[in-house]
Structures are given as structure tokens and as C-alpha cells.
Design a binder for this molecule. Structure first.
Ligand code: HAM
Length: 431
């Protein structure tokens, strides 16, 4: 029986032509982070299951996880996200000066049904501030996110950063008449709104509200609100400090100017650890329906590791999801997609010349020239064709005679001219 040529479903493999694009995206993300004073970190791919079971939420640590018992009898998980590991790393640094601004590019694993923008092994760019309770930290991470979109030339008309607050929603749900014991189920139903048909979602919400149709109707009205100035909303939230915080954050966003940011009470996020402002970045067109990025404030995560309360705020951005979005809008240029061709190809006339070819290649590479050496052993004509197939402009031929004389012929493939010279002269000519 022959083995399949396909990897396991949803697992990541990148051919060079795909890797070039991914590298461009990840390098741009790194650059934007460094520009805002963030530093890169990393953590383990395999973690104790308990780390995620405690706070990420049942779905992620349960049904969507790759978990197993290791040879030492420990229950472990392939990390489905980075935030709990980050919280542990920061909590362990007793003397660390807070706040810290950190970013990371981890491979994460989720046992999800593979579909456009969702796979089982994926790179997830993470950017977080830990140790600041000020709304300035929320503003800062959203500004970095906006900077990222700008650096890819994505205008704010093609994406939306929907934002709200978990604290505000908890208060609003109570004011809508949702019993406190049902709030978790209602949050989870609200989070599913964009992923379901309207009727099915209304039914789910009604169940989550314990069959209370009056409360369910108010929740529907709440998640449909489009502006903070909405009269029904301001009446509902009169005297609420959580609502006041939302208004303050809106003023910060308007003050700086984040045109893509839109108050959206329906954004509550699926992960259990969020406590304050939450946000998601979506494509406003129809093609990429799942979120590109999600984040928010989490106050109690680091507290799992001791008494110290460290508040964090940040986001995760799927590299694949972002790449699909950029491709949808033609924002990845052809130059990114093309391989950086070598500047010169060394054609090897015979096996006896292989050593000489290697020495010449080393010499030129030491001078900073990108050199591709023939390894096919084919006839010279075929080697020249190979060079033009790669788009390499010059070919230097190395045979035993050239090696002995220390002088080589270099052909310019575009105009057919030939230059003859020593390795130094060839270097000067190429430079
Ligand atoms: P999340 O919403 O679960 O948040 O994921 C954030 C982003 O990761 C998503 O918007 C999506 O782009 C990408 N992503 C998630 N699952 C998949 C998948 N199966 N395939 C491809 N991409 C995926 C978190 O994970 C939080 N820990 C983010 C965070 C950081 N919050 C604060 N700091």
C-alpha cells in the first residue's frame, strides 16, 4: 500500500511559493510590533491541559483540542492559543518591570472542521500589554492593529474592528432581565450570532434566556444597537459605570481617529477569560466570514499562578486568515510572490570541475553575491536553460581549463554578451 501524498487534514505545509507570502506577512507583523516598542517571546507548544481547562473555556480545551497523556502520565495539550502561557510567563517573572509589551508568532492547534480561514495547525500572531489597567493599553493595541492594516495598504473601508465590553454586557444583560445564572449561556449564544441563521439563533437565545421571551427580545434589541448615542441604550444603561467606561473608550478612539473601529454590542468573544473591552476584526466584504483577529482585556489570568493580579490586554491575529483577506483585495504584490532569483548561475562543464565551481561559488557568495550552482550534471545547454527558467541574468561556465587558468566566461543572458575575467573582475562586473 502506498502512503498518501497529503498531510493530515488541516495541518500546515507550505511550498516555497506559499512560504514566501507567509514570510512577507509575518515579517510585516514583526516590523509593526517592533515599531511600537513590543518585544518578541515564545513558549512551549505542549502545555499542561489544566492551563487551558482553567480559563480558555470548555470548547477550546475540550472538543477543539489536541490533548493526550504523555509517557509520564501527564494530561497535556498542543496549545490552542498563547494567552494562558503568556500569563504564566509574566506571572513567573517576579521582578519584571510592568507593564510589558510583548508579541509572539506561535503555531497553535485546534481540532476544528477545516474551512476557509480555519485549519487545525495555524500561525497566530499575538500582541499583548500586561500590567496596565488603563484604557490607554486597549487604545495602544488597537492602534498597533490599525498600523498593521495600514502597512498592508488595507483601507478602513474593507474591514471593521467591532468592539464592546464584557463588563458592560454583563450589566446590560441584567438590565434586560437575564438572570445572573443564565448570563454565561447568553454570552455564548450572542457569540454565535454571526455563525448561525437568524431563526436558529433566535431559538438558541430564547433557550439561553431560560425561555423568557421578554428578556430574549431585549437582548436582540441590545445586540442590534449600532451607536452609543442610541436612546434606548442610554436609557437602559443610565447610571452604569461599565457603560461609562465604554463611552470613555469611544472618546479615546475618536480622539485619535480609528475609522475602522465600530461599537458593536454583539461582539462578546468566545473565550471565558475576557473581563473588559473586547474586539474583533472582520472583513466587511462577504468572502472572509470568520474573524481575522480577536482580543480584549483579561484581568484574572495571571492570578491563576499566585496572589498577584496582573491585568492584560491584547489580541490574536491568524496569519492564514489575514493572508486570505489580503489576497481577496489584491493587496499582495507580484514582487512578494516572486522568488528572489540568484544573480549568477554557475554552469559546471564536467564532474572534474565540481570542486572549482564550489570554490568560485564560495568566493562570490563571500562578496555578497547570490549564486546558484548547477547540481544536475546535465549538458551545458540544459544548464543555461535552467538559469533562464529561474530568471537568473548571468551564467559563469566552469570547466577544468577555466579552473587551471583562473579565468572564467560570464554570459549575459539578456543580450548574449560575454565577459571574461578573474573571480575578482567578475565580482566587480556583477556589483
Ligand atoms: P481567538 O479569537 O480564539 O483568540 O483567535 C484569534 C484569531 O486566531 C482568530 O481571529 C483567527 O484569525 C485565528 N484563528 C483562530 N482559530 C483558528 C484556526 N482554527 N485556523 C486559523 N486561524 C485561527 C485567541 O486565541 C486569544 N488568545 C487572542 C488574544 C491574545 N486575546 C488576548 N491576547
Amino acid at each position: 500500500m502506498s502512503l498518501s501524498t497529503k498531510p493530515l487534514s488541516g495541518m500546515r505545509q507550505r511550498l516555497p511559493c506559499e512560504f514566501r507570502i507567509e514570510k512577507y506577512v509575518t515579517e510585516t507583523l514583526r516590523l509593526c510590533s517592533v515599531q511600537a516598542g513590543f518585544e518578541e517571546y515564545d513558549g512551549p507548544v505542549i502545555e499542561p491541559l489544566a492551563l487551558f481547562a482553567a480559563k480558555s473555556g470548555g470548547e477550546l480545551a475540550g472538543r477543539q483540542s489536541y490533548c493526550f497523556t504523555d509517557r509520564g502520565g501527564r494530561e497535556v495539550i498542543l496549545r490552542p492559543e498563547m494567552t494562558p502561557s503568556l500569563a504564566r510567563m509574566v506571572a513567573a517573572q517576579g521582578e519584571l518591570q510592568l507593564p510589558v509589551r510583548w508579541f509572539s508568532m506561535p503555531l497553535c492547534y485546534r481540532y476544528e472542521r477545516p474551512q476557509r480561514g480555519r485549519v487545525r495547525e495555524f500561525l497566530q500572531f499575538n500582541l499583548d500589554v500586561l500590567g496596565s489597567e488603563s484604557l490607554a493599553a486597549e487604545l495602544e493595541v488597537i492602534l498597533v492593529l490599525q498600523g498593521i492594516m495600514k502597512s498592508f495598504d488595507a483601507p478602513s473601508s474593507i474591514y471593521r474592528i467591532g468592539w464592546s465590553s464584557r463588563r458592560f454586557m454583563a450589566d446590560a444583560l441584567a438590565r434586560c432581565g437575564v438572570e445572573q445564572s443564565l448570563a454565561g449561556a447568553v454570552f455564548s449564544a450572542v457569540d454565535k450570532r454571526d455563525k448561525m441563521k437568524p431563526d436558529a439563533w433566535a431559538e438558541l437565545l430564547l433557550q439561553a434566556c431560560g425561555g423568557d421571551s421578554g428578556a430574549a427580545e431585549k437582548v436582540i434589541a441590545l445586540v442590534s444597537v449600532e451607536a452609543l448615542s442610541d436612546q434606548w441604550l442610554t436609557d437602559l444603561m443610565s447610571g452604569s459605570s461599565a457603560f461609562q467606561e465604554v463611552v470613555e473608550f469611544d472618546e479615546l478612539l475618536r480622539g485619535v481617529g480609528v475609522p475602522g473601529a465600530i461599537f458593536s454590542p454583539g461582539v462578546v468573544r468566545g473565550l471565558d477569560y475576557y473581563t473588559g473591552i473586547v474586539f474583533e476584526l472582520m472583513d466587511t466584504g462577504g468572502e472572509n466570514r470568520r474573524s481575522l483577529c480577536g482580543g480584549g482585556r483579561y484581568d484574572n489570568l495571571a492570578g491563576l499562578f499566585g496572589n498577584k493580579k496582573i491585568s492584560g490586554v491584547g489580541f490574536g491575529l491568524g496569519v492564514l486568515t489575514l493572508t486570505l483577506f489580503l489576497e481577496t483585495y489584491g493587496l499582495i504584490s507580484d514582487t512578494v510572490k516572486e522568488a528572489a532569483a540568484a544573480e549568477v548561475y554557475i554552469a559546471v562543464a564536467s564532474f572534474e570541475a565540481v570542486t572549482g565551481a564550489g570554490i568560485l561559488a564560495e568566493f562570490l557568495r563571500d562578496k555578497g553575491i547570490r549564486v546558484m550552482t548547477d547540481v544536475s550534471g546535465k549538458k551545458l545547454g540544459k544548464q543555461f536553460s535552467e538559469a533562464s527558467r529561474y530568471g537568473i541574468p548571468f551564467v559563469v561556465t566552469v570547466g577544468s581549463g577555466e579552473v587551471k587558468a583562473g579565468v572564467y566566461k560570464m554570459k549575459n543572458l539578456s543580450d548574449g554578451t560575454v565577459f571574461t575575467g578573474s573571480p575578482e573582475e567578475i565580482t566587480d562586473r556583477l556589483k
